[in-house]
Design a protein around this ligand. Structure first.
Ligand code: PEP
Length: 256
């Protein structure tokens, strides 16, 4: 089956809401509706910008999906500083990143927490982009598949086949995030294919066929075409390069 690529721009803790509006408007000028026939595009601003970006997307009918970078798994309560998936759904958010390596490493997000987030995001009608990936030390020790597939199994715990089939998993080797080092297209393909086989074992062939697997890690306009040409790479999660509308537009156009 051919899966439509998903290109997701993770702005991390960058761009205030005025800057976010500017980047969205510039992107809209560069990537119109016709170009979105070939790829879905989601924008993941910081929480303080989501409402502003939503207004631009809605009022100009842009065709980009609104995204978030993180959320809590509970609907409401005494969780100072956290954001409810219910609030995100109310804002029209469609995709929520969870288990990003920066959240796992810097904020202690565990596999169990990621699984609860995946469940909460789907419960409120949004799509999780669940990130998995190995450190350089794990790669050098030959533990890449064990680490990555362990995270996949933990994150999918309790999900039905139908729910798994609607998810996005982002394979993001940690050593390639924000470093300028990219996995080769062959490496990305190998790991994305291993993730899909693991999903087939856990949730069946149909779920594995519809699930989208992104690659993330220093993706640039010059590398997207080769990555996306791989049969099991269904898009990209893009950090640094998504802050520059010109560069990100070329990525959204799949390097053309
Ligand atoms: C990311 O933020 O998930 C990411 C892959 O960042 P970068 O593209 O900057 O490596």
């Amino acid at each position: 089956m051919s899966r439509k690529p998903l290109i997701s721009g993770n702005w991390k803790m960058n761009l205030n809401h005025f800057e976010a509006i500017q980047v969205t408007q510039k992107l809209a000028y560069l990537v119109g509706k016709d170009e979105l026939e070939h790829a879905d595009v989601s924008l993941h601003p910081p929480f303080t910008d989501i409402r502003s970006v939503q207004t631009v997307i809605d009022s100009d009918k842009l065709g980009y999906a609104l995204g978030a970078q993180h959320c809590h798994w509970e609907d409401k309560g005494a969780f100072t500083g956290e954001v409810s998936p219910v609030f995100l759904a109310k804002l029209g958010v469609q995709y929520v990143i969870c288990g990003h390596s920066e959240r796992r490493e810097l904020f202690g997000e565990t596999d169990e927490m990621v699984a609860k987030k995946v469940a909460a995001i789907q419960q409120h009608g949004m799509t999780p982009i669940m990130c998995v990936g190995e450190t350089l030390a794990e790669r050098e020790a030959g533990d890449t598949e064990a680490k990555v597939l362990g995270q996949v199994r933990a994150g999918l715990a309790g999900r039905t086949s139908e729910q798994v089939g609607r998810m996005v998993i982002a394979y993001e080797p940690i050593w390639a995030i924000g470093t300028g080092r990219t996995a080769t297209a062959e490496d990305a393909q190998q790991l994305c294919a291993a993730i899909r086989s693991c999903v087939a074992e856990l949730s069946g062939a149909e779920a594995a066929d519809t699930l989208r697997v992104q690659y993330g890690g220093s993706v640039k306009a010059g590398t997207i075409a080769e990555l996306i040409a791989q049969p099991d790479v269904d898009g990209a999660l893009v950090g640094g390069a998504s802050l520059d509308a010109d560069e990100f537009a070329r990525i959204c156009k799949l390097g053309v």
